[in-house]
Every structure is written in C-alpha cells, then in structure tokens.
Design a protein. Sequence first.
Lengths: 179, 321
Amino acid sequence: MSQQSAPTAGDQGQNQPEMVSENFRERPIRVLIAKPGLDGHDRGAKVVTRGLRDAGMEVIYTGLHQTPEMIVEAALQEDVDAIGLSILSGAHNVLFPRIMKLLKENQMEDVLVFAGGIIPPEEEPQIRALGIGAVFGPGTTIEDTANFIRQNVRPDAGLASGETSGGSETWVDAGDKGQ
Amino acid sequence: MTTSQIDPALLDLARRGLTGERRAIARLITFVENRSPAAPALMHELTPHTGRAHVIGITGAPGSGKSTLTNELIKEYRRQDKTVGVVAVDPTSTLTGGAVLGDRIRMLENYQDAGVFIRSMATRGQLGGLAAMTNDVVRVLDACGKDIIIVETVGVGQDEVDVAKAAHTTILVEVPGMGDDIQAIKAGVLEIADLLVINKADREGVEKLDLYLKAMLNLAPRKPWRVPILKTIAAQGAGIPELTRKIDEHLAFLKSSGEYEKRERARLRDELLSRVREEISRRILRRELQAGGLAELVNQLENRQLDLNEAALQLLAQTRL
C-alpha cells in the first residue's frame, strides 16, 4: 500500500471503525528453520527452533533432507519473515545459491536469510555475497541469533511487502486518530 | 464500503488471490491472521467468493496422528482431482508468545503440487479467539478456490470445540491405549464429532477402544446422522479411501437433510455475535486505556470499594455503548 493511501484508511476509521487487534504491532516474527541437503543431524536446528520460540517467535520446522524447492515453497506458503538454513554436510555452496535463486524467482528477496552449522569462515564472504545476512557458526548464542533477526527482518515484519509496502504503522496511527 | 474506496494495491492482492496465486494467498492469510487494518477491506472483497468449500475439522489428542492423517487425506483428495487447503494449528507458548509449528513436517510430499496450500498457525490467544481467526483464514482459502479445506487443531480445550463447530464435518481421531476410558467422557469434542477415527489401528487395544466408543455413542441422544467409527493406519495410508467416502456421505447427508443451511446459519450467528463482543471490548479498552478510567476502576476493585459487577456496569456507562 502506498503512503498516499494512508489518509483513506484514516477517513475510513472515522466513519467505520476497523476491527483491529490492539496488539497488532506486537505480532510475532515468523521464521522457517530448514535443513537443506542430505546431512542427518538436526540437533542444532532443533535447538535454534526451540530457542527462537522462547524468544517469542513463531518457528516453522520442516525436518531433515529438504530440497531448495521444498524450502522456498514452505517459506512462500507460510509467508515467513526469515529463513534459517542449517547445514553440516558441506554442500552449502551448491544448495545456498539455488535457494537464493528460487527466492528471487518468487519475488521473495525481502525475506531475511541466515545460515548456521558448519561453514568454513573463509567461505563466509562468498555466502554473504549471495544475499545471506549472516552465518552463525558453533558457539553462537540464541540471543545473538534472535537479536539479529529482530534487527534485520523487513520492518513491518510481513504486513507490507512488495505490492502492499509502506504503511502499516501509518494505518494504525490513522485509525487511532479516527477514534 | 465500496470497491472504489479500497486501496488499489489491496484490491489487486485480493484479485490475485482469487485466481489462486499462491504468494497472494499467503499474504492474504497474513493480513487476516494479524487482524491488520487492511483485513476488513480484503474480507469484503473475498466474502462473495466463499461458501463453496467443504470444510473438514480434524481434532484429537497430541500424538494421535492428525497431521499424518491430514497428509493422507490430501493425497486421496488430489487423486480425486480436488484442490486442498490446510490450516494446521499449534499452540502458542503462554510464557513467551512464541510457537513451534511442526505439522508441516508430515505433509512435505505435497510441496510441488500447486493444488495444495498448507499454512501453519499459532493459537496466539488473540482478542476474538482462535475460532474467529481460523474462520477468516478458512474464508481466504475458500475464496481462493480450494475445494476441500482441512483444519487441524491442537486437540485440547474449548477453543477446539469452537473451531470444530466451524467445520462442516468434524473428525475426532483416537488412538488405542492412550489413556483410560474417562478421557473420552471428559472430551467435549466427542459430542460434536461427525466421524470417529481409530488411528494406528494396528496397535493393541483397537477392539476395546472400538467397543468403548460404540458404547459412548449409544449413550448419546439419537440423531439422524449415525456417527461412524472408522479404522485407519495413517502412516501406511490404510483406510483412507473409506474415510473420504464417509466424509462425502456426511456432506451429502447435511445437504439432503437441510442440516447444512441450519448449521451455516447457526455458525454465522455465533460468529457475528462474537465479532460484536470483540469489537465492543476493543472500543472500551481503547477508550479506557486512553482516558485512564480503567486504572481508576481497578483501584476501586482493589480497595474493595466496588465489586466486579458494579465496576463493569460503571465502565459500560462511562463508555456510553
């Protein structure tokens, strides 16, 4: 939604109060935690899943052995704000570019992607060059991960991306004044 | 509200959803789930296109195999060339507000199928309740052309009963050996189930559970629809075609008996009233939180100057509703 449209929402608020939850702005960030590829260990992914839940996020976990197509399709249908990719197998240089390409093809560049697992530090720059926001190696705290997500997700955490971008805060404020 | 007043971008989003575009459907659900200020305008656009889907509720204790059963139903309905939407609900942690949504893990086979749309949802504890939120999400999927919509719920509490009420056909999943007989008596869902499924029917104790459920059903007041008991082994796909046949039979019964319209009206009436309740409390809260009147009343409650009824009436009088 464009900025210009905000007054419309405000006018509407006067004549026809909208039915909005008061906690609208505090709605949880949605994160998909995915295990791409063939490695068979997801202890780390599960710890992160649980930790982000405890940080107040809604975490979708899809289990082991996910193809890039499965991951992107799940992220699309769940309309997540962030995707965490956990990988231990060493295949990240094959799988990550495919995932990023698929996200782009689906106009999902606004979804924050971060990675974790076993990724050699010297490869970090090229992984970040793909558009992956951060690489969290062993020893990263859940708190650091959660803070990174909070600071880097699309600002309205999902209510206004692409075709409807720009104004959820404005709507709420306009609505409030309308009362 | 007429169409011309709605933001063109939102209108476009609604229209793309109506054509079945998956990304648009996902975004529409987000708006609705978050009770975004744009949601009413979107629902206005979508509502005329609703009312076509067969809504199936699946409930049962955690671990009874609801997600696996849902996955098998998706596959069976796809074989029958029907499109399927799934709303899978998992509980929100009351402590942190976060949730782990893990139902999708059992439904991954369908990821490349454009005829299937699966959305996980946390219970959140929203104003207006889970049922209101779920109903709106179901409406989005309905408007966007899904023939079958499966709502999979957490399996505990009054919310479950409300969510189940929104379905045309409610399935209660039971598993042999999961607890003593009294559990089934306590569960309010047994009273509103249209179909009972004994899942994991290769386990010990099936006959005992079957007998017990039959006895329970015989104790219930007689109704025109005889609640069938079906046996499935969802993990192996066993019993699923029979289950969908019974689901179809139930829908046919609803339609031929006039029960379909009756339930629809009752449900819409309930929904309307709860939406009004939600709106009233929202307005009171907004006004009182701004004016500070709420805090003063709580003070008086705390000092035992007022009792709860008096305080509530004063609050209502102040807001002139």
